[in-house]
Design a protein around this ligand. Structure first.
Ligand code: NAD
Ligand code: MG
Length: 362
């Protein structure tokens, strides 16, 4: 078992990563001082529920916790005010009180939704993350929680840090291969922005990670969570440094929006975006090597590195300029300066980005 702490003063919390650690959930809850006197509510989705819910419910009930579950449909559309209301209804019906906790058992969708429910129910109750996707190593750390509005993603949200993150890699074994790759894309991102040695390690261990080898996977998730937690500890509310986590996301978000959510998974879209950022780096005088390493890496992981031909450049650019990072002809852009290091540039022009988008086209 690996353990690390997200250092946020009195809001600090532990992340536990390991194989089979869900079996000790009661001990972890006791360590976090979760109350047996107040009911718990698990939020999960229709895909995860038949795979893993029963086990978690049984462990907690045997440990003396009163716990019920609220199951939402799988997928991004569940990050909605309608589903939020459903969770609040379930919380009221189950008699949750101020000392209760809401538990997210699922990927980033469930984490963001359950987290926002925990942030808003009774003006805030305790929250536990039990991630079941690789991508959720990213979403479960850092306290950003939100639901979507039909006009904008993640626009109704809060900062609400969990009490603990319990990351059992056994729960990841049921993931479809495409979700595995897409999740690893964010793991690799954490290397590219912060840790050259880990980036090399990712290049050397692609087969093990794609096969979900427990040792490789727990190490990769540990480093991914560690990078994220270091960045978040220094800048909880995204005043400056936290923006570096957006490497690849400017193009990535635009591609997701234009393709229609679902055609490109988030991890796939940002893989293309990171190749684009590496290409852009060359225009600012940084070495060709960054682009080569980045592109080779994502190819090794079977992730896309080119923009699908049918996605129209004008539409991509207009999706990007609606992005909140856009401002008057130039945009804030995260550019790699070497492997394991990035800078936040404010002088990247829309024109330069357009050129990159054209270059990336299939
Ligand atoms: P997800 O939660 O939709 O999970 C992806 C799919 O895998 C779903 O269909 C889900 O049902 C299924 N699934 C989950 N666990 C499984 C398992 N163990 N076995 C089989 N199937 C399983 O999506 P995601 O990729 O985990 O997360 C994406 C979401 O995370 C987005 O909404 C994004 O905005 C959010 N996010 C938030 C943050 C943050 O800081 N809060 C950071 C990154 C991403
Ligand atoms: Mg992301």
């Amino acid at each position: 078992m690996r353990e690390l702490t997200v250092e946020l003063g009195e809001r600090s919390y532990p992340i536990y990563i390991g194989q089979g650690i869900i079996n000790q959930i009661v001990a972890y809850f006791d360590r976090a001082k979760l109350s047996r006197k107040s009911p718990l509510l698990i939020v999960t989705d229709e895909t995860v529920a038949p795979l893993h819910l029963e086990r978690v419910l049984t462990l907690l009930r045997e440990g003396g916790f009163a716990v019920t579950a609220c199951v939402v449909p799988a997928g991004e559309t569940s990050k909605s005010l309608a589903q939020l209301e459903g969770i609040i209804t379930a919380a009221l019906q189950a008699g949750l009180d101020r000392s209760s906790a809401i538990l997210a058992l699922g990927g980033g969708v469930v984490g963001d939704l359950a987290g926002f429910a925990a942030a808003s129910f009774m003006r805030g109750v305790r929250f536990v993350q039990i991630p079941t996707t690789i991508l959720a190593h990213d979403s479960s750390v850092g306290g950003k929680v939100a639901v979507n509005h039909p006009m904008a993603k993640n626009i109704i949200g809060a900062f609400h840090q969990p009490e603990l993150v319990l990351f059992d890699i056994e729960l990841l074994l049921t993931l479809p291969p495409r979700e595995v790759k897409a999740g690893l894309s964010e793991v690799i991102k954490h290397g590219l922005i912060w840790d050259a040695e880990f980036t090399q390690w990712c290049a050397d261990h692609a087969d093990e990670l794609l096969d979900l080898d427990p040792d490789a996977l727990s190490y990769a998730l540990y480093i991914g969570c560690k990078v994220k937690s270091i960045v978040v500890s220094q800048d909880e509310r995204e005043n400056d440094l936290r923006a570096i986590l957006n490497l690849g996301h400017t193009i990535g978000h635009a591609l997701e929006a234009v393709a229609g959510y679902g055609e490109l998974l988030h991890g796939e879209a940002i893989a293309i975006g990171m190749v684009g950022a590496a290409k852009l780096a060359q225009q600012f005088g940084y070495g060709e090597e960054i682009h080569k390493v980045t592109k080779d890496m994502f190819q090794k992981y079977g992730l896309p590195v080119r923009i699908p031909a049918h996605l129209d450049t004008d539409s991509i650019m207009s999706a990007m300029t609606h992005d909140k990072k856009f401002k008057e002809g130039t945009m804030v852009y995260i550019i790699p300066t070497e492997i394991g290091k990035v800078e936040i540039r404010k002088d990247v022009t829309v024109h330069q980005v357009r050129e990159i988008v054209e270059l990336l086209k299939e």
